[in-house]
Design a protein around this ligand. Sequence first.
Ligand code: ATP
Length: 224
Amino acid sequence: MRVGILGGTFNPIHYGHLRSAEEVRKALLLDEIRFVPSALPPHKSQDEVASAADRLEMVRIALEDYPAYVCDPVEVERGGLSYTLDTWEELTRGASDDNNMFFIIGADAFLELGTWHKPKEVLNAVDFAVTLRGNQHSSAYLEALLRVIQEIEPGYCMGKCLKEAEFTDKKRVIKFVPITEVDISATRIRQHIKESYSIRHLLPREVELFIIRRRLYGHSGTVC
Ligand code: ATP
């Protein structure tokens, strides 16, 4: 079983998340993608973050039609700050082979690795699938990514064809996965709601209706 773990705030989940999950699933031949909403996002201000229960529910609703996608409440149930290392250890515990699991993350978020909790330990323990959008798959961008990685863990080097970075001593790999650019962010969705502008077609309709029903992000509650 090959599994991708897609962590995020999902505040709210949108088609950018879903499309990137699908393209990584196909590229890395994954059997399952586990969406893991964070409890308290360590890198984000607490303003405008919907409750963990609401974010979890929106992910559940969005995944209903996709048998290969699973909503995993591991971080919400653990509570407190959500650290990648804790989640990875929890999800790989008991697995015979953690080399069949990949932590999926956008290149922009991955570039912040240096600010994470125990970044070196993370790079020693976790196999990543780093998604590349737009011109992020240029060799200059990949070299910049590699520099960030090597500053934290010098054991990594670029593999052939610039498709992955390897840390052979620890049998770790970072896969670089180019994906279609879907220019949607949760920030933009929240901004549209604040300005009473339509969010139609940026996220699944059932998630939109949940936001309207629960009047999340200051939504007026009017269905349009
Ligand atoms: P916000 O706008 O509130 O910062 P976000 O839309 O970036 O949120 P997150 O929940 O922070 O969403 O992101 C979770 C993961 O999904 C991250 O790895 C991020 O890089 C990735 N991601 C977010 N938006 C997109 C998108 N449009 N296309 C591909 N990946 C995305």
